[in-house]
Design a protein around this ligand. Structure first.
Ligand code: SF4
Ligand code: SF4
Length: 137
């Protein structure tokens, strides 16, 4: 199987990249992949894409990879990445922008009606709130 990644000018200048830039107010193209954000992230051990990989994927316009990633939802908004970035990129704001774009797509990531009472009682409140926001937004 050919695993090469095809990058096109359209992907690099996609609406997704513009929207992330607009919502976060960050110039993600300043990132030079030093990895300092990921090295300090307290949630990196459960992330499928590390914070620097999210930034890199946004740079490349890999919309689906970013939207499908669990990382923005596991981000604790602690700002460690933001203060560590030598390029002054507010990575936490980029994570928030990804969450906003994802919610606006109104896709079903949580089927609230299908969850059992016991599961509902144990879920983090923010997971339920995000589900409700999708249904009411
Ligand atoms: S704000 Fe999110 S991505 Fe950044 S260090 Fe904290 S948990 Fe990790
Ligand atoms: S710390 Fe900043 S420059 Fe380094 S990888 Fe993370 S976002 Fe990029």
């Amino acid at each position: 199987m050919d695993m090469r990644l095809q990058i096109s000018p359209g992907m690099l200048r996609s609406e997704f990249v513009s929207k992330i830039t607009e919502l976060s107010g960050q110039d993600i193209n300043l990132c030079y992949q030093c990895g300092k954000c990921s090295a300090g992230c307290p949630m990196s051990f459960v992330m499928d894409l590390l914070p620097n990989q999210i930034i890199h994927s946004v740079q490349l316009g890999l919309t689906e990879d970013v939207i499908r990633s669990r990382t923005p939802w596991l981000c604790a908004s602690c700002l460690v990445c933001t203060v560590r970035c030598p390029k002054g990129i507010d990575i936490a704001s980029v994570m928030e922008a990804v969450r906003q774009i994802s919610l606006r797509k109104s896709e079903d990531f949580i089927d609230l009606a299908g969850l059992e009472r016991g599961t509902l009682a144990e879920l983090p409140a923010i997971a339920l709130v995000s589900g409700f926001r999708k249904l009411t937004g």
